[in-house]
Design a protein around this ligand. Structure first.
Ligand SMILES: O=P(O)(O)OP(=O)(O)OP(=O)(O)OC[C@H]1O[C@@H](n2cnc3c(O)ncnc32)[C@H](O)[C@@H]1O
Length: 180
């Protein structure tokens, strides 16, 4: 099985490799568009970005499975929270999604993002380090190193892998509520 990941971000690639390395022949990181804003601002936009990345990666690499991982922010009760989503697609049109960790951003970071800066850029300024988005991530910084961005995406990728295995094994139908 060949898996394409819709990113070259090392924190994301490491998470996919940790889950799938033993099970597939090839894992190919490939740069693709997310199809959404560089800084997604809702769960829906972030999830759509993950799906778009997964589909693009699968098609571009002619892989069996494509995986997309996307980070975004969402406003909850007057605060700005980081949200994370993942998607797995296959050549038959199967689409599996999973949401991951959420945590609130400190005021000074949230304000910069609300003023139009990307979180990755703000995190580099805040920490005085470079490329935090490919390393511990905001989650690593604000959990004092307890949970890295790779740990966080590792959990999402396991949710994707497990759901996909269950879906293939049981051919279970997934719920699609009628839209009003
Ligand atoms: O290379 P790609 O795959 O594009 O990864 P990215 O980190 O640049 O892009 P995402 O689409 O995952 O995230 C959207 C924006 O939010 C930022 N972001 C999200 N989660 C983050 C985290 O935990 N740490 C730092 N930046 C984060 C990220 O850097 C982007 O500016």
């Amino acid at each position: 099985m060949m898996i394409a990941i819709g990113t070259k971000n090392r924190a994301k690639v490491a998470a996919v490799e940790a889950v799938f390395a033993d099970e597939c022949d090839q894992i190919v990181p490939i740069a693709v568009d997310s199809g959404v804003a560089a800084q997604p601002f809702s769960d829906e936009e972030t999830r759509m970005g993950a799906i778009y990345r997964a589909k693009q990666a699968c098609a571009k690499a002619q892989a069996d499975v494509g995986i997309g991982l996307e980070g975004g922010v969402v406003e909850i009760d007057g605060a700005l929270w980081v949200c994370n989503w993942g998607a797995l697609v296959d050549r038959n049109g199967t689409v599996i999604c999973a949401g991951g960790a959420r945590f609130p951003l400190p005021c000074e970071v949230a304000e910069e993002v609300l003023n139009g800066k990307e979180l990755g850029e703000v995190m580099d300024e805040y920490t005085g380090k470079r490329n935090i988005r490919q390393k511990e991530g905001a989650v690593g910084v604000f959990t004092n190193g307890y949970v890295s961005r790779t740990d966080m995406f590792f959990h999402i990728v396991k949710l994707l892998a497990g759901q996909y295995e269950f879906f293939v094994k049981t051919n279970a139908s997934r719920c699609q509520l009628p839209t009003t």
